[in-house]
Design a protein around this ligand. Structure first.
Ligand code: MSP
Length: 457
């Protein structure tokens, strides 16, 4: 059976990681664990995007050579994955020479296929997006995402022509593959605007120096997005896992849909590859009502979350306190409230109650922990967590209404009912709370109670 192949986008290393990118790492990890619980094998890729003006400028500002700078920052992203117990199989870096060699080979393939043409281009460039902006993406002369002044650029670049046949293929693919529906519609609208008859694939070397050289044209380097998008396949080549393409699930944020729903399929079709099966698009995490971003400076660091809640609880809160597919506003007050309500008083307290009563009973049946696929909407993180919470409430309800702490040995079957709700809840929670789910089962087996989530003061 082919492994399920899941990817996240690869983050720019112009600054330290924030919870926006952690969002994707966690979503990929939760899906991986969810599929594994159903007996599937999963290959999970993440990594860093290390070329482009934005990264080069950050290196200069830090007074470092670009390569040294990206080596340092990329490590922090990889480390972040490890800290949050993200079980990725490979961490791709676009400065990896094997990746660069692969991208150059693909370039040569496009060139020999005769689909590239060189021409003069002028447009307004946002270095935050690393993209030329179209009219609808500009507000008051600034990029509507980064609120940055745009730079007028005129230069000669290489372009990939997207003819009607390719557009039709891309449209059909979008209709089947982009999730959720709102993003699908947006992607179709963008595809139909005429800005996508051709896509610029290169940049002037003089202006943008830090990138993969275009083979056979000294004056150009590859557009950072072309270089970056190919990571999803170069990583497989590097690991002798080519057969895993096409990806089953690609996870990206809403700001980079057009790169993944138009440019990426266009490149794949031009190179003769199949298209990914699903593109999962998440919303933004806002803080102070604005997109949390390195460029805007309103960033919440993943380490602040760990300090306050620990790794397991943070993993849970990110999916419970935010709406993955919509935009959400992060506040510490909401997270504190959920932590105390659902983890300290909810799951944590229930486990302590059950273990306490279990000790008095001694012998009781412990159901097997199985993947509860029938009740979980696989891509609906919130729904899984809601179901888990309603099971926790049911278990608490049985304990309270039956007063199981009074004469518990006479109420074993009611107690077993409560235990079975708890075990089902724990199974639904296990992709989000992998270490906790194991610990819950251990406590139930060994009847050894240790606080899971201490209340916040
Ligand atoms: N390097 C490109 C992606 C290349 S993929 C071939 C990039 N990098 S990024 O660092 O700017 O963003 C990485 C991911 O984090 C994107 O999917 C983006 O949507 C996501 N997030 C960045 N800020 C975010 C929030 N504030 N909230 C949620 N996710 C956001 O784009």
């Amino acid at each position: 059976m082919k492994q399920t192949y899941i990817t996240t986008s690869i983050a720019y290393v112009n600054a330290e990681p924030h919870i926006g990118f952690l969002y994707e790492l966690l979503a990929g990890d939760v899906l991986k664990r969810y599929y594994q619980a159903q007996g599937k094998e999963v290959y999970f890729l993440t990594g860093t995007d290390e070329h482009g003006i934005k990264v080069a400028q950050a290196a200069t500002a830090a007074g470092k050579e670009p390569q040294n700078f990206v080596d340092e920052v990329s490590k922090k992203f990889e480390q972040l994955g490890k800290e949050f117990n993200i079980d990725f199989d490979y961490f791709i870096r676009t400065t990896n020479p094997e990746h660069q060699k692969f991208v150059q080979e693909k370039w040569q393939q496009l060139e020999s296929a005769g689909v590239l043409k060189k021409k003069k281009y002028s447009g307004l460039y946002c270095s935050g997006c690393e993209a030329f902006k179209t009219e609808g993406e500009i507000e008051g002369g600034r990029c509507s995402i980064h609120e940055k002044e745009l730079e007028k650029i005129e230069e000669e670049n290489w372009f990939l022509v997207i003819d009607e046949e390719k557009k039709k293929k891309i449209e059909d693919w979008i209709n089947f593959s982009v999730y959720p529906e709102t993003r699908r519609q947006e992607a179709i609208n963008v595809l139909k605007s005429d800005s996508y008859d051709e896509i610029s694939l290169s940049r002037s070397r003089e202006r943008y120096g830090w990138g993969v050289p275009v083979p056979g044209d000294e004056s150009q380097i590859m557009y950072v997005w072309v270089d970056a998008l190919f990571n999803y396949i170069s990583a497989l080549i590097i690991n002798n896992q080519e057969d895993l393409w096409p990806a089953d699930i690609q996870i990206v944020g809403k700001d980079i849909v057009k790169f993944h729903a138009i440019i990426w399929p266009a490149l794949l079709i031009a190179c003769g590859y199949e298209l990914p099966k699903k593109l999962l698009v998440h919303g933004f995490i806002n803080s102070d009502g604005k997109k949390m971003s390195k460029s805007l400076g309103n960033v919440i660091s993943p380490h602040q979350l760990i300090e306050r809640y620990g790794v397991e609880a943070s993993r849970y809160l990110i999916f419970r306190g935010l709406s993955f597919y919509d935009d959400s506003n992060f506040t510490w007050a909401d997270f504190d409230h959920l932590y105390n309500g659902e983890l300290a008083n909810g799951l944590g307290n229930l486990v302590a109650r059950v273990v306490g009563i279990g000790k008095k009973i001694g012998e009781f049946a412990l159901p097997n922990q199985t993947a509860d696929s029938t009740t979980t909407g696989e891509l609906d993180f919130k729904q899984s967590l809601e179901q888990a919470n309603s099971l926790i409430n049911k278990a608490d309800g049985v304990i309270t209404s039956e007063k199981l702490w009074e004469n518990p040995t006479e109420k074993v079957s009611k107690f077993e009912e409560a235990v079975s709700y708890l075990v089902r809840a724990s199974s639904l929670l296990s992709p989000f709370l992998p270490a906790t789910a194991i610990e819950v089962l251990r406590q139930l087996k060994e009847l050894d109670s240790k606080p899971l989530f201490p209340r916040l003061g």
